[in-house]
Design a protein around this ligand. Sequence first.
Ligand SMILES: [Zn+2]
Ligand SMILES: [Zn+2]
Ligand SMILES: [Zn+2]
Length: 462
Amino acid sequence: MRSLSEAERDLIRLVNDPGYARWLEQIRSIGGCAHPVYLSGCTITRDAVTGEIIWAYSTGHEPGERLPVRCRNRRASVCAPCSRLHAGDTFHLVRAGLSGGKKVPDAVRNRPRLFVTLTAPSFGPVHRVAEDGGPCRPRRDAPVCEHGRLLGCGLVHSEDDRLAGLPLCADCYDYTSHVLWHTHTGRLWDRFTTAVRRHLASAGGIPRSRLGDDLVVSFAKVAEFQRRAAVHFHAVVRLDGPDGPGTSPPAWATAQLLLDAVRHAAASSFVTPPDSDAYGIERLAWGAQFDARPIRSFSEGDALSDEAVAAYVAKYVSKGAAETAAGLDYRITSLDDIRAAAVNGHVRALMGTCWRLGGLAELEHLRLRGWAHSLGHRGHILTKSRRYSTTYAALRADRAAHLRTGTGTGTANDPDTITESAWRYVGSGHTPGAAQLAAGIAEDHAQNREIGREIRQGGDCA
Ligand SMILES: [Zn+2]
Ligand SMILES: [Zn+2]
Ligand SMILES: [Zn+2]
C-alpha cells in the first residue's frame, strides 16, 4: 500500500478533530483565505449605565482557542479570495468617485472628469506586439548597433511570446535610467499634479496659492507594469468646487481646460535625479505616449463610462509584480536572490541595476536595494487624493458592520454601550491539509460569485 503524504495525514488529523466543524465554518466565513492570521482574545460589550454584559465573545471556546482573520493581501498570486475582495473594494472606491454612492454625492457625475494614461519614456527599443498584428520593428535597411545587433525585427510577436518586451540589444538598453525613473515616479507624479493646478490657476487668473478657494483637483491613480517591465499610470482626475465632491467648480473650469492642463503638465513636468559619477542623467520625465479621455456616465465616442473605468482600475490592483512578469512578490536580500529569481534576463538586469545603484553612497536614501524586487518602483499600486471618494478602511468597516448586524451583534457603535477588547497575534498560515480545504472553499466562493454575476446579467441558467 502507498504511504500517505504529509497533506493526507494532516487532512485525516483535521477531520477527526472535535473542533473540525467549527473550524470549517470559520474558514468559510473568511472566504477560504490562503494565509489567515490567527488571533486569540475576547470582546465584551456592556450597558454603559448598569455595566450589565450585553454581548461577549472569547476565543476560549474556539478550536485551538484562536480565531482566523483574513490576510487581506491584494495579490491574486498570494491569496486569491482576499485579492478578489480587494479588487471589489477598489471597484467601489473608484466608482464612488465617478458615480457617487458610499457617502459621495451623486453630483460628481456632472463634474469635469478625465481618464489619463501617463507612460514611461523609452529606455531603448524593445520587441513589441504590434496592435495591427504586423511585424515588430520592420526596417528596409538592416542597421546594427555598436554591439553588432540588428536594430530592426521583422518577426510577428504574439501576446505570450517570450521575446515581447525584451530589448533588441540589452547592452544598448538604458537600465540606469529605467531604474532611476521608477524610483522617482512618486515625485514626478507630485510635479505633474502641481503643474495641473498651476495651469488651472493661471487660466482662471488667480494666484496658485488661492486656487483652493475656487476648486479642488481630486484623483485616483493605479500603477501598471507594462511588458517592458516599466510602470505606467492610469488616473481618474476630477474637478470639484472648493468644498470637495458636494460643490461645483467655477464655470470657467471646464473639462476642456482640465484636458489642456493635464496635457501641458504631462509634457512639462520632470524630476532631477541625485548627482552621481555613475551616470549623466539630468532629468527624468514622462514618456511621449500620453492619453486623456473624458469620462461620461455612459460610453460614447472616445469617452469612457464610469463602470468601465472602475473595472479597469480594479483589474490592475490584484496583479503583483510577479504576475506581470516584472519582478517578484518578495523582497530581495542578496545578489544570490537576484541570480536565483525566476525572471527573464531583462528583469534580472533591472534588479541587478537596483542592486548596483543601491550600493552607491550618494543614492543610499533611495533605498534601491530594498525595492529591487519591484525594479525600483515603490509604494502603493493605488493612490488617491483625500477628497476623491471613500477609503478602503471605510469599505471594510461597512462590511464588518453589515456582518455584525447579520449575526445579531450590531452594538459596536451604540452610544449606550461600552465595548472592551483584548486581542493578540498567535500565528498565521495553514497546515498542508488545511490549505487544501481552504483552497476548495475559495473555489466554491468564486464559482458562486460567477454564477451570481451571470444571473444578475440575465444569463441563461437552463
Ligand atoms: Zn487571504
Ligand atoms: Zn521583435
Ligand atoms: Zn547594442
